[in-house]
Design a protein around this ligand. Structure first.
Ligand SMILES: Cc1cc2nc3c(=O)[nH]c(=O)nc-3n(C[C@H](O)[C@H](O)[C@H](O)COP(=O)(O)OP(=O)(O)OC[C@H]3O[C@@H](n4cnc5c(N)ncnc54)[C@H](O)[C@@H]3O)c2cc1C
Length: 304
């Protein structure tokens, strides 16, 4: 199946935009803020929280980042006005990290400051490994002045345990995920079992040391292990949350929420969906397989 996923992922950038749009639409709220707002309202009515992502990354000119900051400010305003249970997730390269680190720092800091005014929160997504040091550095600098900011750790990285150890004394607010970017073997573990063990080990350390963790996975083995730790450490629901991507495994989402845990759905929106979708598919060919599988499940009327 892997060769098939790889084939789809490689050829997908050449597939006409409407077809890619058809495959991507379950993963993206739409092009407009109002699409994201209405989707978040539905999620909230199902007792799920959201984190809103304005699509875009690896911008090359400052104006693009400034435009993104403006849209994020509109998102924060809409969250407050509509009383949504949602925060925002931002990508450092969308905020200009590849142009100038200080520019990026100031953009993210400005959003955190704005979010603080309405009691909201900003999550700094983690991108490929070349951005990890800068992302953690920006996060810690902002965290010095504002508590309403968090970042992400990726369990596939060989450096992950040392990042966990470094961030624990800061009582960091972290999303823990496996990691989605294509990395060399010297940078990231390739063995799925090692990645899972590293996820479990990192989660245990973080929860045991009082860090707030967004447990970001659709892998039921990892969800089960997290539930075991939550029970073992007698954590209250407000001390952690589960997180899942829009469009993935609605059934697991419902099971977790009905079990009394808090769960946040990652809701991307914006006009840059084509680049996002094709890049993601190239980075992780397995996603192409998931899309095809989901497509046929829907066609056959099976719930996923
Ligand atoms: C809320 C959230 C935020 C994230 N933020 C980041 C980030 O900042 N940086 C980063 O590098 N990565 C991020 N990721 C992606 C993450 O690193 C993984 O690539 C992704 O979650 C798949 O890993 P998994 O733990 O779900 O396990 P997997 O073993 O990959 O998946 C488990 C099962 O979930 C289903 N599944 C997984 N992904 C999909 C999909 N796309 N479509 C359909 N079904 C799917 C499949 O049934 C699969 O068998 C985030 C993930 C989530 C949930």
């Amino acid at each position: 199946m892997r060769w098939f996923n790889q084939l789809i992922a490689t050829t997908l950038p050449f597939v006409p935009k409407p077809i890619v749009g058809f495959f991507s639409k379950h993963y993206i709220a739409g092009e407009k803020l109002e699409n994201a707002v209405s989707l978040v309202k539905t999620l909230n009515s199902q007792r799920m929280m959201a984190t809103i992502d304005v699509l875009g990354e690896e911008v090359k000119v400052k104006e693009q980042s400034l435009k993104a900051v403006q849209i994020y400010n509109e998102v924060l305003e809409a969250i407050s006005k509509e009383k949504l249970d949602a925060n925002i997730s931002v990508k450092p390269t969308h905020m200009g990290l590849n142009i100038d680190k200080e520019f990026c720092y100031n953009n993210i800091r400005g959003l955190v400051e704005e979010a603080a005014k309405t009691g909201n929160f900003v999550r700094i997504d983690m991108e490929d490994s070349t951005t990890a040091d800068d992302t953690i550095d920006i996060y810690l600098r902002i965290k010095n002045d504002f508590p309403n900011v968090g970042t992400v750790l990726q369990a596939y990285l060989r450096r992950n345990i040392s990042d966990v150890n470094r961030l624990i004394p800061h009582h960091a607010n972290l999303r823990l995920c496996k990691g989605i970017y294509k990395e060399k073997r010297e940078i990231a573990y390739k063995d799925k079992m090692i990645i899972n063990d590293n996820f479990n080990y990192s989660l245990e350390k973080l929860l045991n040391n009082g860090c707030y963790v967004g447990i970001a996975t659709h892998d039921e083995k990892l969800v089960w292990h997290a539930l075991k730790l939550i029970d073992q450490f007698k954590l209250k629901p407000e001390q952690y949350e589960f997180q899942m991507l829009l469009g993935v495994d609605h059934e697991l989402r419902r099971i977790i929420v009905n079990d009394g845990h808090r769960l946040r759905v990652y809701v991307p929106f914006g006009s840059d969906w084509f680049g996002y979708s094709t890049r993601r598919l190239k980075e992780n060919p397995d996603i192409a397989g998931h899309i095809i599988k989901n497509f046929f499940n829907r066609l056959l009327g099976r719930k996923k």
